[in-house]
Design a protein around this ligand. Structure first.
Ligand SMILES: Cc1ncc(COP(=O)(O)O)c(C=O)c1O
Length: 418
């Protein structure tokens, strides 16, 4: 069947289908899988160091001992053995939960989609950080919310702005459905919410009965500084999501979601409708893997790898990038966020970057309202230090060309007007 076929079914689609589309950016980024391109674009964790033989051992043991169960449907809430390991993992972040307080999801992305399904009616107000995680923007967009954006600065969500928006909305008689936030090593901004702001967000949520959704995929990947309490640790009413994607593998598609019981009940029904259960096969393998291996050792190793890559990116930016650019200095996670002069549009710049064999994600993708044109997200998780150094060198040439071009055009215009 031809790939670009005339769409004869347009009168059948639901309105929401028009909200689900592949962006031009995604189409451009599909070329970044080419070997000759250094991709600073995707948030792909580094898995090449991974001890494949340990996964092979865990898989073999699973199939020999529990093969039938691994090939069967399982409970919608998640496999009991795996949930014990997740509880232990959450306890390392001071989140004390029982097995009934959370479920296993098909990655945290599924948790986000289900939250949209359970909470959002078309036109409902949802509060999100600006910039925000692209996948959350698209998961919620399908349910047609009105997104009200709260800015971020180097200390995370600007809480005074949150307070103002909440008061304005209350004055209009509008109750937002929830605030979605990534407090640790933000995707895409790389910033972390300060302790003081965490307490203030909790106070505001209590004063305004605002449901908080905390998404924490990167929390365990801290390179420096002290761990901060999660919002869920500060208040049990917070809905909390996390995932194995960044600390083990995104290919296994396993995450988890903790929520107060009435909410969790609705989420379980929605999950049953979506996929009946998360993959039993990978849940069993990960359960077995944790019986055989210490995840903490592996996380410690990952932290070292990612710290070196973050350092390589920061050093390369210092070495090559022009003075007109600014960037964040993440204490963990995968990303940093670069601000370029306002006359640069990073969406337009991407094609030039790709022709120079380097890729990034343009800032506009992370805003609900088309802002962010002069920002870009750089990921240091996947390429090694040499590739990062070379990638930033290539990218700096593209940025410098844009600056030179702007000044020469602006100079010519000035001459003409004189
Ligand atoms: C903030 C955030 N939330 C959720 C996800 C989705 O993760 P998963 O692979 O568990 O679906 C990602 C992945 O990049 C992310 O950065």
């Amino acid at each position: 069947m031809p790939r670009y076929q005339l769409d004869k079914w347009t009168d059948l689609y639901a309105n929401r289908a028009s909200l689900l589309r592949s962006s031009a950016i995604r189409d451009l980024l599909s070329v970044t899988e080419r070997e000759d391109i250094i991709s600073l674009a995707g948030g792909n964790p580094y898995t090449k160091d991974f001890k494949m033989n340990k996964i092979v051992e865990a898989t073999t043991e699973t199939m020999l001992s529990h093969g039938n169960a691994a090939l069967q449907y399982g409970s919608s809430e998640g496999q009991v053995g795996l949930k014990k390991h997740i509880r232990a993992l959450m306890a390392t972040e001071n989140i004390m939960v029982d097995g009934e307080d959370f479920i296993v999801t098909g990655g945290s992305q599924q948790g986000l989609d289900i939250l949209g399904k359970v909470f959002i009616e078309p036109g409902d107000v949802v509060l999100m950080e600006a910039p925000s995680y692209l996948g959350a923007l698209s998961a919620f967009a399908g349910y047609e919310p009105r997104i009200v954006s709260i800015p971020l600065d180097e200390h995370g969500l600007v809480v005074s702005e949150l307070e103002e928006r909440l008061e304005e909305l209350a004055a209009e008689g509008i109750k937002p459905k929830f605030l979605y936030t990534v407090p640790n090593f933000h995707n895409p901004a790389g910033v972390t919410m300060s302790l003081e702001r965490r307490h203030r967000v909790i106070e505001l949520s209590q004063a305004h009965q605002l449901l908080l959704i905390e998404d924490n995929p990167y929390g365990r990947l801290r390179f420096e500084g002290d761990d901060l309490p999660s919002l869920r640790e500060l208040d049990e009413n917070v809905v909390y999501l996390s995932t194995f994607s960044k600390i083990l593998s995104p290919g296994i598609r396993l995450g988890w979601l903790a929520a107060p019981h009435p909410i969790l009940e609705k989420i379980i029904f929605a999950k049953q409708a979506a996929d009946l259960c998360s993959p039993t096969f990978t849940q069993r393998i990960v359960d077995e893997f944790f019986k055989q291996n210490d995840l903490e050792d592996y996380i410690a190793q990952l932290v070292q790898t990612y710290r070196r890559r973050r350092d390589a990116m920061l050093e390369s930016l210092d070495e090559f990038f022009p003075d007109e650019a600014e960037w964040t200095r993440p204490e963990g996670g995968f990303f940093l966020w670069v601000k370029l002069p306002e006359f640069i549009d990073t969406t337009e710049m991407l094609a030039d970057a790709i022709s120079q064999k380097v890729a990034f994600i343009p800032g506009r993708a992370f805003f609900a309202d088309g802002r962010g044109a002069n920002f870009m997200r750089l990921a240091f998780c996947f390429p090694n230090e040499e590739e990062i150094h070379e990638g930033i060198r290539r990218l700096s040439d593209v940025v410098k060309d844009q600056i030179t071009l702007y000044h020469s055009v602006a100079g010519n215009l000035k001459l003409k007007s004189e």
